[in-house]
Write a protein that binds this ligand. Structure first.
Ligand code: TYD
Length: 213
């Protein structure tokens, strides 16, 4: 039976993960693997509609968390689980750790409730909790991220938050890494783009070697 590979990419806004996801996709394609490049919130037609709402409309914290998980449920059922069943590589630009970091850390929403929602939404048909096998976390000082974002496009609801919000988001990611160190690879995103790219490639390589051992 073929087995897919599930990798997520995380970090605060401005940490610069996007270009690196493309490079990881190219690495896997060169190795002959089929790659599904996707993102959250989003990844299906319905989830992209939910993304529009959640990124632009003001709403209650529980509503926001529920919409993130509703979008995730659709994405898992329609895209991620079928791709993993085919044996594909799924590269996901943000996944559940973003909900813990942004809604849990940033918004201060109840961590235990998020854990319950995670279990409800991500339990796969085989009864296991579906999680990325590797999470590449682009970790960056929120002050540096804010400077990078200042020259970017019109900010959405999250990008327009103050630096203190992103410090709390960063702490949320750190808490997830502490809870699940085995699947996290922390990358120092303050380095040059080339150095970050090299670290990402090394992290993916180390992950693949662990799988073969
Ligand atoms: P992002 O992934 O940064 O996309 P883009 O590069 O197009 O801006 O934007 C998604 C935003 O949604 C980001 O600010 C983080 C936020 N988010 C949450 O708050 N909770 C979540 O569960 C997810 C997946 C994202």
């Amino acid at each position: 039976m073929t087995r897919g590979t599930f990798i997520s990419f995380e970090g605060i806004d401005g940490a610069g993960k996007s270009t690196h996801i493309e490079r990881v996709a190219a690495l896997f394609r060169q190795a002959g693997r089929a790659v599904v490049l996707t993102r959250e919130p989003g990844g299906t037609a319905l989830s992209e509609k939910l993304r529009e709402l959640v990124l632009h409309e003001p709403m209650d914290a529980l509503t926001e968390a529920l919409l993130m998980f509703a979008a995730r449920r659709e994405h898992l059922v329609q895209v991620i689980e079928p791709a993993l069943a085919r044996g594909d590589v799924v590269l996901c630009d943000r996944f559940t750790d973003a909900t813990f970091a942004y809604q849990g850390g940033g918004r201060g929403f109840d961590w235990q409730v998020l854990l319950q929602l995670e279990r409800m939404v991500q339990t796969s048909p085989d009864g296991l909790l579906r999680q990325p096998e590797l999470t590449v976390w682009f970790d960056l000082d929120p002050q540096i991220a804010a400077e990078r974002l200042a020259s970017a496009r019109v900010p959405d609801k999250f990008e327009s938050q103050p630096t203190a919000f992103f410090a709390a988001v960063r702490a949320g990611y750190a808490r997830r890494q502490t809870d699940m160190p085995e699947r996290f690879a922390r990358i120092d995103a303050a380095q040059t783009r080339e150095a970050v790219g090299a670290d990402v490639a090394r992290a993916v390589q180390a992950f693949l070697e662990r799988g073969r051992a």
